[in-house]
Design a protein around this ligand. Structure first.
Ligand SMILES: Cc1ncc(COP(=O)(O)O)c(C=O)c1O
Length: 381
């Protein structure tokens, strides 16, 4: 099942070693990426779960193709831009975001008709909008009805509302009711402490599935899954598909849930120490515009990232282009010009701030790839 990322060779202008990379830059350890991809592909295959990874983490066709080669059923996207970019490498896309607004719905419907397109939605308004755009584009669009199972973000609030929406979808020309979607984004405890929330999720899903069957609308697909709950997805009866995203690179937040170790963090932000003028701290050239400003596990005060090889050193404060390393817990004293690798709190946010990724193996730069689906882009029509 393990598949290496293909070696495409170094381009002439690519830096030969980390020392030559202009910082701040994204660095991906290709061995770790391979391992993360393979581990989850194997888990999905072992448990008979369809894997539909969320591309919001990497936004790169290069990584998407590796996921598909390892058996992913299709891909999950959030934005029209992601769907457009991924339609070039995948013929089965889920857009797990309500297609509200004519521009968004039309842009999605314009995805090449050879690509199977499904959207997740939670309102009749979204269904009506998507159906209109689908008919105008002379195509069909699949629909997952989204149910809120505890995150309280999107999703029908009750099973009755979800069933009514599914019925509306079946009556809408241009749409096909495909299944039920949920996102357990509220489960961010360590894996061993997720039991109570997973039990109530179990119950909620069981009740929902019963009602859908009673209503004569059995969902063909039940789609869920996140990185923190990833390896417990098989415990949720009825789930047929999972959509983890963060697992490709992992981050400080994933380490905190126990879904991975620090050794599984494949992506770091390479930064340079630019000042040690004040005692007790060092300043790096990675601030909010390179790392994002995500609190650790939703809590303030734990910093915005930590050093890969010195977890006791955190980025405690940031400006746009400055990150302040707190040296109070270490005897290490960096000097100006030193390179450091920062594990971001939330890797998906860090990735979308950059244009390219540098892939390294055994400490040597092996290849680079663009983050093609970052930003909003322009409609391809
Ligand atoms: C709808 C949906 N599905 C799947 C995912 C992937 O979850 P994770 O980032 O925990 O891998 C996300 C993440 O934001 C999401 O919003």
């Amino acid at each position: 099942m393990r598949a290496a990322i293909p070696f495409l060779g170094m381009s002439d202008d690519m830096p030969q070693d980390l020392i030559d990379v202009e910082t701040p830059s994204l660095i991906v350890d290709l061995d770790r990426l391979d391992q993360n991809l393979s581990r989850v592909a194997e888990y999905a295959a072992t448990h008979g779960l369809a894997l539909r990874p969320h591309v919001k983490t990497h936004k790169s066709p290069f990584v998407a193709e590796a996921q598909l080669r390892l058996g992913a059923r299709g891909l999950t996207c959030a934005t029209p831009r992601e769907a457009e970019v991924m339609s070039e490498v995948c013929d089965d896309l889920l857009v797990a975001y309500p297609p509200i607004g004519r521009a968004r719905a039309q842009r999605l419907a314009a995805i090449p008709p050879a690509v199977r397109l499904t959207v997740a939605l939670d309102s009749a308004d979204a269904a009506t909008e998507m159906a209109r755009a689908a008919r105008d584009a002379r195509r069909e669009v699949g629909v997952y009805v989204e149910l809120d199972v505890g995150m309280h973000r999107v999703g029908a609030a009750t099973v009755d509302a979800a069933v009514a929406l599914a019925r509306h979808v079946t009556e809408s020309e241009g749409l096909i009711f495909e299944g039920l979607a949920f996102y357990p984004g509220h489960v961010r405890e360590r894996m061993s402490e997720q039991d109570a929330k997973l039990e109530s999720l179990d119950l909620a899903l069981e009740r929902a599935l019963e009602r859908f069957h009673e209503a004569g609308l059995p969902p063909r697909v039940v789609s869920g899954g996140s990185t923190p709950t990833l390896f417990r997805t098989h415990e949720l009866p009825g789930v047929t598909e999972m959509r983890p995203g963060t697992y490709v690179y992992n981050d400080r937040g994933t380490v905190a849930t126990g879904a991975c170790g620090l050794d599984d963090c494949a992506l770091t932000v390479l930064a340079t120490v630019v000042s040690t003028a004040l005692p007790g701290q060092a300043v790096i050239d990675a601030g909010t515009k390179a790392l994002g400003r995500e609190p650790s596990r939703g809590e303030e005060g734990e910093g915005f990232g930590m050093l890969l090889d010195r977890p006791d050193v955190v980025v405690s404060r940031m400006s746009e282009e400055h990150g302040v390393l707190d040296l109070s817990q270490t005897s290490w004293r960096p000097t100006v010009g030193d390179l450091v690798r920062v594990v971001p709190n939330h890797v998906c946010v860090a990735v979308h701030l950059h244009d390219i990724v540098h892939g390294i193996r055994s400490g040597r730069l092996e290849r680079q790839w663009p983050i093609t689906a970052r930003g909003r882009g322009a409609p391809t029509t």
